[in-house]
Write a protein that binds this ligand. Structure first.
Ligand code: PHE
Length: 449
């Protein structure tokens, strides 16, 4: 029994859905946020925990979103209200708020990547990378590139699920994969690359005893997989019942981790072969945007070409992620206020663009928004979704996960539901408590300093 929603937009191909979901997952989170979380939280130990959390919590939660979305055939507010009642429907508003807040600052960072790509193409990177980043990361230029990036995002979302999101992902994702793999192969040729690989791949296990590292790894897994704000739910609401959901979620999660991991195989050798590791710790938000351009510049002409490709790949990843953030907000406005896609996308896009001026003027505000929306709201949303799928809508989610799944994947469904019921809620509840404490401290810091 699927709730009928005649005339709803849909993905045209199975690969289209998978690439769109992977496009949502793969983004700045894999490179910018991953590198700064890893440098704050214990290097390779963080990476290991992050993989474990992706498999243990991430895939089941993605399936909770897929199941609920395909069942409800509506954006988060509508799907939750339809399937679980008015009270749960309100959770949808939290998702919309999270999407809106995240996109507002995400687009600012995406703007930095566009800017660096342009610089590489026109005249190469600046010699004093740290100073240069200070100049371009906030202020008029940052606002301008942020607005440009938002305009691109709106254009794609206006074009619809099939003509915009699906087509865009089918075009952009393969290019991104090729670039990232090409760069990793190139990085093996760098003198001194070995030192970078060593730092990246050799964990310091004592870090595993630190609860803050756990909190960061779980939160980063949710951010990177786009979980906890209804993005995957919304995409799955454009599916028919022939899509194999467990297989799709597994492919998306491995792709996301694969790109993050391969990106590390580029970033670490580049930075270490030039002895620029000091710059990574110097600025949490800017690690990637200071050390790397500095390294590319030091490599001369070759660095310019490689840097151009690197920042193009980042910008493509950011764009396919931004689309999914905007789609949650746009689809919700379309359904709740009965307006056209074009109108909803333009109005919500403009509102987010306006909100994004704040983080574009001040990187502390950007960091604060990332803490509140990119971490706390996602962890809270993930907890609610796990409880919903594991306890309240178990039958519905089970049916959805079975429908369209091959026998091997059908056999995994009871395990997935068990994890959603007994493992995800307690683990995420503990993480939420730590995250709340962290977030409150960050907010206090922000207003004190
Ligand atoms: N997953 C995206 C990234 O890693 C960011 C994102 C978060 C997108 C939440 C949608 C929802 O860059």
């Amino acid at each position: 029994m699927t709730a009928p929603n005649a005339g709803r937009e849909a993905f045209a191909t199975r690969a289209g859905f998978i690439l769109a979901a992977a496009g949502s997952a793969v983004g700045l989170g894999n490179m910018w946020r991953f590198s700064y979380q890893a440098s704050e939280g214990g290097g390779a130990a963080f990476v290991l925990l992050y993989i474990a959390m992706t498999l243990l919590l991430g895939i089941p939660l993605m399936l909770a979103e897929f199941g609920i979305g395909r069942r409800g055939q509506r954006a988060p507010i509508g799907s939750l209200r339809l399937l679980a009642g008015r009270g749960w429907g309100r959770l949808g508003y939290v998702f919309v708020a999270a999407g809106l807040l995240i996109l507002a600052y995400y687009s600012v960072i995406a703007g930095w990547t566009l800017r660096y790509a342009l610089e590489a193409a026109l005249h190469g990177f600046d010699r004093s990378a740290a100073e240069h980043f200070g100049e371009i990361s906030s202020g008029g230029d940052a606002v301008a590139f942020h607005l440009g990036f938002m305009a691109l995002t709106v254009l794609i979302v206006v074009a619809g699920v099939k003509g915009g999101i699906e087509r865009g992902s089918l075009l952009m994702m393969p290019v991104l994969f090729l670039i990232v793999i090409g760069l990793a192969v190139w990085a093996t040729t760098l003198p001194g690359a070995g030192a970078g690989y060593a730092v990246y791949l050799m964990p310091q296990f004592e870090e595993l005893m630190n609860p803050a590292v756990w909190r960061a790894a779980v939160a980063q897994a949710f951010f990177s997989l786009s979980l906890g704000m209804g993005g995957m739910l919304t995409f799955a609401s454009y599916l028919h019942r022939d899509q194999n959901l467990p297989e799709s979620a597994t492919v998306v999660a491995y792709t996301d981790f694969g790109v993050a991991f391969i990106a590390g195989l580029v970033v670490f050798p580049v930075i270490y072969s030039l002895g620029l590791q000091g710059a990574v710790g110097a600025s949490t938000v800017g690690a990637l945007f200071i050390a790397l351009p500095g390294a590319f510049e030091a490599m001369g002409a070759a660095g310019r070409v490689v840097g151009l490709f690197f920042f193009i790949a980042l910008a493509l990843g950011a764009l396919t992620s931004a689309i999914s953030l905007l789609e949650v907000v746009t689809a919700s406005v379309m359904e709740e206020m009965h307006v056209s896609r074009r109108r909803a996308a333009v109005v919500t896009g403009a509102a987010i663009a306006a909100l994004g001026v704040l983080p574009a003027l001040d990187t502390d505000t950007l960091g604060l928004m990332d803490k509140i929306a990119g971490e706390f709201l996602l962890v809270a949303g993930a907890l609610a979704l796990a409880i919903l799928a594991g306890w309240r809508l178990t039958g519905e989610v089970r049916e959805e996960l079975l429908a369209g799944a091959a026998p091997f994947w059908q056999r995994q469904v009871p395990r997935i539901l068990f994890v959603l019921r007994w493992i995800v809620p307690p683990v995420v509840a503990v993480v939420l408590a730590f995250s709340l404490r962290e977030t409150v401290a960050t907010v206090a810091d922000y207003f004190a300093g």
